[in-house]
Design a protein around this ligand. Structure first.
Ligand code: NAD
Ligand code: UDP
Ligand code: UDP
Length: 336
């Protein structure tokens, strides 16, 4: 007579770490603006376990409240300038204040975060064999003499100015990434992020899009810093997150520019916010801060060719999405 084989005993090792098919992803700075949107996107994939490390300097638990308590999610209060011992497969290294007001508030801390923080995350990547992505910045191009900026441009950066803790800090962070790659074979990815905007930006962090939207909603004058003809190119946060994930998953170290090539003067931006949010609001001009770059626009040829990525959301589509979020947080509904 036929014997049926009993089903195999479940292995006691089945739930052990080394049998897990899950991808363990660390996001430093994951309680911040871009980081929390990245968490949302990565959590959509059931194979991902997400660990956020943040010191809450500019980020907040509130940005992650929908994930707190989720079995695939972990939140750790930790400062990246201190060593971190955990086991992960991928590291998205975002920890660093991004708004000039915050990064200038304690410049020594900013440079420590960029240099020692990145060194620690590279040491971690080396120990566990993880792939690491750094969110660098268009600020590495400084006040650029090449327009639009492509990745082969070396930049025009003041090494001793008030922005240098951030600009030069990120430049050293890029250097560390490439040295760990060449010397230790670490798998690296470098994104040069251009100005990004969207829901969850700090309302009072002084960046231009958040300032103008909050001002328009509060019926305060929009403060255009002189001369007002300086330009920026604004990328909506969902496009940014999509670009970062493609870069991490692809085969190119970068650096690769991720940003929206639509370029606007600050006066044009003010006019657009006025038209969309509050047609009667005043626009005034105010003093600027030192070393403000006069123009900035990404050349995204590399991102298109190597990542098949380009932004989808235009400024006029993104601003109303951000307005909705700001109105909720400020408790000022739109008049109908
Ligand atoms: P953010 O300030 O909202 O987020 C940064 C996060 O890092 C915060 O949650 C903060 O608490 C955390 N952090 C700061 N220092 C830390 C430390 N020492 N240890 C642990 N956590 C720390 O900024 P963001 O706009 O989300 O920017 C994220 C990253 O993208 C940054 O690296 C920034 O330099 C880069 N970037 C952003 C822009 C932009 O327009 N938003 C442009 C270029 C580059
Ligand atoms: N590091 C860390 N987590 C790790 C491994 C290293 O935070 O899992 C830190 C470590 O404390 C050191 C830095 O990363 O300050 C660089 O480490 P690496 O091993 O490259 O250099 P070394 O320790 O030899 O200076
Ligand atoms: N800016 C402005 N009004 C504000 C805040 C900023 O006109 O209330 C200008 C600022 O002078 C700069 C541009 O907007 O030219 C972008 O500044 P932001 O601080 O947002 O970013 P970054 O300088 O890092 O690109």
């Amino acid at each position: 007579h036929a014997t049926t084989k009993p089903p195999p005993e479940p292995s006691p090792l089945r739930n052990a770490k080394f049998f897990q098919a899950n991808m363990r992803i660390l996001i430093t700075g994951g309680a911040g603006f871009i980081g929390s949107h990245l968490v949302d996107k990565l959590m959509e994939n059931e194979k991902n376990e997400v660990i956020v490390v943040d010191n809450y300097f500019t980020g907040s638990k509130d940005n992650l409240r929908q994930w707190i308590g989720h079995p695939r999610f972990e939140l750790i209060r930790h400062d990246v300038t201190e060593p971190l011992l955990i086991e992960v497969d991928q590291i998205y290294h975002l920890a660093c204040p991004a708004s000039p007001i915050f990064y200038k508030y304690n410049p020594v801390k900013t440079i420590k975060t960029n240099v020692i923080g990145t060194l620690n995350m590279l040491g971690l990547a080396k120990r566990v064999g993880a792939r690491i992505l750094l969110t660098s910045t268009s600020e590495v191009y400084g006040d650029p003499l090449v327009h639009p900026q492509n990745e082969s441009y070396w930049g025009n950066v003041n090494p001793i100015g008030v922005r240098s803790c951030y600009d030069e800090g990120k430049r050293v962070a890029e250097t560390l990434m490439f040295d760990y790659h060449r010397q230790h074979g670490i798998e690296i990815r470098i994104a040069r992020i251009f100005n990004t905007y969207g829901p969850r930006m700090n309302i009072d962090d002084g960046r231009v899009v958040s300032n103008f939207i909050a001002q328009a909603i509060r019926d305060e004058p929009l403060t255009v810093q002189l001369p007002g003809t300086q330009t920026r190119s604004f990328c909506y946060v969902s496009d940014m997150v999509d670009g970062l994930i493609r870069l991490m998953e692809g085969d190119n170290t970068g650096p690769i520019n991720i940003g929206n090539p639509g370029e606007f003067t600050m006066l044009e931006l003010a006019e657009t916010v006025k038209e969309l949010i509050h047609p009667e609001v005043k626009i005034i001009t105010v003093e600027n801060t030192p070393d403000d770059p006069r123009q900035r626009k990404p050349d995204i040829t590399k991102a298109k060719e190597l990542l098949g990525w380009e932004p989808k959301i235009k400024l006029r589509e993104g601003l109303p999405l951000m307005e909705e979020d700001f109105r909720k947080r400020l408790g000022i509904p739109k008049k109908v």
